[in-house]
Design a protein around this ligand. Sequence first.
Ligand SMILES: Nc1ncnc2c1ncn2[C@@H]1O[C@H](COP(=O)(O)OP(=O)(O)O)[C@@H](O)[C@H]1O
Ligand SMILES: N[C@@H](CC(=O)OP(=O)(O)O)C(=O)O
Length: 442
Amino acid sequence: MKIVVKFGGSSLASAEQFKKVADIIHADPHRRFVVPSAPGKRFDGDTKVTDMLYGCYDLAEAGKDFDGALADIKARYDEIIEGLGLDLTLDKEFETIHEQFRLKAGRNYAASRGEYLNGIVLANYLGFEFVDAATVIRFDDAGNFEADRTDLILSSRLKDVEYAVVPGFYGAQDDGVVTTFSRGGSDITGSIVAKAVHADVYENWTDVSGFLVADPRIIKNPEAIEAITYKELRELSYMGASVLHEDAIFPVRKEGIPINIRNTNKPDDLGTWIVESTCRKPKHTITGIAGKKGFASINIEKDMMNSEIGFGRKVLQVFEDNNLSFEHMPSGVDTMTVFVHQSEFEHKEQQVISGIHRAVHPDLLDLESGLALIAVVGRGMRDTRGVASKVFNALASANINIKMIDQGSSELNIIIGVKEKYFEDAIKVIYDAFITNAAPAK
Ligand SMILES: Nc1ncnc2c1ncn2[C@@H]1O[C@H](COP(=O)(O)OP(=O)(O)O)[C@@H](O)[C@H]1O
Ligand SMILES: N[C@@H](CC(=O)OP(=O)(O)O)C(=O)O
C-alpha cells in the first residue's frame, strides 16, 4: 500500500501547521511520498509566500532594491525552522536565490523557490529524502509539461526510495530552466507523483473537510460531498471550485487512483472521495455548484439563421482567427450567443464584431459584459426530472433574471448565465432549493 500526500499552503503556513502535518504522516507508514506547497496564509489578510516571491522578483527585475522583501521571505522560513526546533539553516539557499534574482533568472524560478525551500524544511523535519522537482518533473522548451518523460524519470527515481518529499508546483526544462504549473499547481505535482509510484490513494490535504457542495466563502457551512466522480469534479473545478487544480485529475485518472480530499485541521473527518465511477447513490440530485464571474456575451440575430448552412462555423471561425476560445454557445432559431472570457475578449472586440459582420451579415449584433456563469453539476441529474425547472423557479422566486441556460448532452451539468451582481444570490438560492430544502431521500 502506497499513499501520496499533498499538503497545501494553508497546511504548511506555520510551525504549528507543520506539526499537524507530521502527525498525519507519521500516523500511517504508508504515507511515503509527500508533496508540499509553499507556506500559505496564516490568517485572513496574510500573504502567501508565492505572492511574496513574485513581488520580490518584480522589484529585482525592475532594478530596484529587493533585499528587504527577500529578508521578509526568509523570516517566514526561519520562524518555521525555529518553531520546529530544527538544526537547519537556509542561508546558502537564500544567497543563491539573491544571486539568481540579481541575474534575473525569471518569474517562474522565483515562484518555485517557495515550494523548493518548504520541501527542504519538511524533509529535514520528517527525516525523509528530499527530491528536487527540477530533477524529475520535465517541461519542454516551450514550457509545456511532458507527461510521459516525467513519468519515466520520476518512476525510476522513486523506485527504490522508501520515504521522500518532492516539492510541488515546479519542474525544469532539459537545459535546467525552472518552469511552474499555473497557480495552485502543487495539486498537479501530487497527482503526477501518485501516478509514477502507482499509489493506491492520492490524499490532498487542505483547510476544508473535503470538496464542499458550494464555495464556503459564499455558502455558510456547506455540506461536504462524500463521493464525486472525476467527471463531475472536472466540471466543478473548471468552473471555479478552487480546492483542487482543474488539471490535477488527468494523471491519476489514467491509473484509476482515487483522490481523497482531507482537512489538516480535522484529520478525523473522512473528507471527499474522488473516484472514476461509483455505485454509491448521490445524497442529493445535484453534487455541487460552482461558478465564475468575468464573462461577456456576443448576441447575434439573423432571420432564417437556422437554414443558412455553415452559419455557426463562420461565426466561430472569427473567434478562432482572433485566437479566442469560447465558453458556451446556446442558439435559437434566429439567434446565436457566444460566451467568452471578458478579459481575453475586451481588446479584440472590434475586430471580432467587424469579422462577424463580414462573415455572416447579421441583422443585429450586440454585446453584454459583466456576466457570471454558474454550473450545477451532478450524476444524479440524469435520472431526475424537473432539474432545470427547479433551477428556474429558484432563480425566479429571487427575482434573478436568467441570461442563458445550457444543458450539456451528458446531462451531467446545467450552466446558467446571470448578471455578475446576482452571482452570490443565485448560488444561494440554488443551494437552498437542492440541498437545504431537499426532500428527504426515499
Ligand atoms: N466547493 C468547494 N469546496 C471546498 N473548498 C472550496 C470550494 N470552492 C472553493 N473552495 C476554497 O478552496 C480552499 C482550499 O483550496 P486552496 O486555498 O488552494 O487550499 P490549499 O492551500 O490547501 O492548497 C478552501 O479554503 C475554500 O475556501
Ligand atoms: N504555491 C503555489 C502552488 C500551490 O499549489 O499552492 P496551494 O497548494 O497553496 O494552492 C500557489 O500559490 O499557487
